[in-house]
Design a protein. Sequence first.
Length: 326
Amino acid sequence: MLELESDTLDRLDVQLLSALEVDGRAPFSRIAAVLGVSDQTVARRYRRLCAEAGLRVVAVRDAERLGQDQWMLRLRCAPDGATVIADALAKRPDTAWIGLASGGTEIVCMTRPSRPGDHDDLLLGKLPRTPSVVEIRAQQLLHRFYGGPTGWVRKFRALSEDQVAALRPALPEAEGPARLEPEDAPLLAALERDGRATYPELQRATGRSESSVKRRLAALLGSGAVYIDVEYRAEVLGFSRSAVLWITTTPAAMHSVGQALAAHDEVASAAATAGPSHVVVTAVLRDTAHLYAYLSGPVGRLEGVQHVEAMPFLRRVKQLTYVGPF
């Protein structure tokens, strides 16, 4: 179990983050009742987390549930061009989890094209014509072991099973496969700016009735086409380092290794990939010593692992949203 190491946050803050991972749109009154505190306390803590931990609650389209391709890109760049390219990529709506690694000469980025052809435009058009890009490696994500709607803060185990059950939203059962409709665009745009936008705000943004907005949002969440995610700075929780691990396994061990990694406290995301490596992991760690201990211990003991390439992030450029250069 992860332990909080923070000078500014306490267990109640972690419980609130965990509650928002379970239901990012839960009213403060419901969260307060589950946590055993007042509504005003939850509202005050929420505002402080926004100000001090970079907390944002936003809607995310689940590419895996929607059957859309996702790719992890590794861009080796000239040293004077990496930051500019990373910031340009971060402004695109189809990118996430962008970081500078390898001393600032390599960019790691996840891209999830929202329309057919967007991937070709990025990989075959824009990036190859960028003079500072020396090499492009693209690996398609095949299967998610951990991440997406399953958040990392739950690994602090700050909530009991009963509390999680009390917070989990009651959603309608999906009718058919997850899908988005063209008329969903204004609703999704509003929720991607603020996942906690009120129904009157969503009504104004979409021009639809409040009851129609409620039904459609419930259907999107119930089908898994969209989920409400939480963004924050892990540094304020005492975890100041993150790294991408490119793991090569034997073919027969790919699934078992991915499942084992998903259970590790350090792992915020893990997915099977097509390419030189078979599993890609984002690990969140306290410091460099923690990275060493994790690689030489839990990762090193996994049966079927043949090779691990660890890339510590020099700087995180974008998680789910982009707020400009630091």
